[in-house]
Design a binder for this molecule. Structure first.
Ligand code: TXA
Ligand code: MG
Length: 349
């Protein structure tokens, strides 16, 4: 039996969060909004609670969880050392969509890290997330609150669709501002981005200088093993097959037109995932825009919701326009490529 509480993030009634905080303290599971995506929380120091999270999501046990905290002091018990680069990042980006990898402290149970000697930590900025963690008085393990393999949830209805009946509490608190998960950065050695996300490479480089991206997550390197275990799984997949079409925008549109015709002849229900700029160029069919090419934040914000909408439309195959891989576009394309299982059709430039 799942309890669902509606809470307005703009005027939070603390009373309404009490039950959720208590549930966390008693080893239960609570889904809550963050500024990136909804998370499914449990007491990070309680192995049984953490196992409930894995079970509810159907998540492979070798995929470690991010531990969420409400204030910087909470770190001390959870990590071995706080490197200088971590201090710089925390100062600049916490609370916010940045997850930092630390050497794991002794308190962290094995279930959290999947056996790694590091632990991922993040301090969310969403007022509901922040207050809930503080009221629980615990570090909270929280993966995205979706069934494993599905697009991450950016609205309460996504969480309800995936997890109602499988978790103790769902806090319905509006839609998530960023719409993509946090950036995961490792500063235990030379700084490296393990997962692109809400904080861009450019923003990180402005404070840390040149920063590498794990080569294994870049296009065309499917043979390398990612340093972030979660990045190896197919992910973000709607029911329909996703195929990305890349190249110059006019070429993409032309190619998608011919692919649509071919596939409709085969009797398939075709979806087109496009942008505000190209939407009117596709005449009929299931055409959904991710947002504007001029405003990549709008695309990040809608991507997962649009992927889920294609399921509701019952499409068999989805052709997705690629966007430029700079700033937030890096994270958008990373998620899109995974949704497509690396299936990309390249047109000319
Ligand atoms: O924005 C977010 O990060 C959301 C919200 C709820 O905070 N959470 C989230 O968690 O996206 P999840 O579990 O869906 O993704 C966590 C990612 C996975 O790719 C996992 O492999 C990686 O972080 N990760 C966790 N611990 C790690 C570690 N010690 N070393 C490397 N990667 C780690
Ligand atoms: Mg996830």
């Amino acid at each position: 039996d799942t309890k669902i509480y509606e809470i307005d993030p703009k005027s939070i009634e603390k009373e309404r969060l009490k039950f959720a905080a208590k549930t966390l303290r008693e080893g239960g599971t609570v889904a809550f909004p963050t500024e990136t995506v909804y998370g499914l929380g449990g007491n990070a120091l309680d192995e049984k609670a953490v196992k409930k999270i894995f079970k509810a999501k159907g998540r492979p046990s070798d995929n470690p969880l991010i531990v969420h905290i409400a204030k910087v002091e909470d770190l001390d018990d959870l990590v071995k050392v706080i490197p200088e680069n971590a201090k710089i990042l925390m100062e600049k980006f916490w609370p916010g969509p940045l997850t930092i990898i630390f050497e794991r402290g002794d308190k962290i149970p094995d279930v959290i890290t999947g056996g790694l000697d590091t632990v991922a930590i993040r301090m969310p900025s969403h007022p509901i997330a922040n207050l809930l963690i503080e009221m629980a008085g615990l570090p909270i393990a929280a993966p995205s609150a979706n069934l494993s393999g599905k697009p991450s949830p950016t609205k309460a209805e996504h969480v309800i669709n995936d997890l109602e009946g499988k978790v103790n509490v769902i806090i319905s608190g509006g839609s998530c501002e960023v719409g993509l998960e946090s950036t995961v950065v490792d500063v235990t050695g030379k700084p490296m981005i393990l997962r692109p996300g809400g904080v861009t490479k450019e923003e990180l480089e402005a404070v840390l200088g040149n920063i590498e991206v794990d080569l294994a997550i870049e296009e065309g390197n499917v043979n390398l093993i990612p340093k972030s275990p979660g990045m190896k799984y197919t992910h973000y997949s709607p029911q329909g097959e996703v195929i990305i079409v890349s190249g110059a925008v006019e070429k993409i549109v032309e190619k998608i037109h011919s692919l649509k015709q071919e596939n409709e002849k085969r009797g398939l229900n075709v979806g087109i995932m496009c942008t505000d700029e190209t939407k009117t160029l596709y005449k009929e069919g299931v055409v959904l825009s991710m947002g504007s090419r001029e405003n990549v934040a709008s695309i990040a914000n809608h991507l997962f919701d649009v992927l889920r909408m294609f399921d509701e439309e019952g499409v068999d195959i989805i052709f997705a326009e690629s966007i430029e891989k700079k700033s937030l576009g890096h994270a958008v394309m990373n998620r899109m490529i995974k949704a497509a299982g690396y299936h990309i059709i390249k047109t000319g430039r």
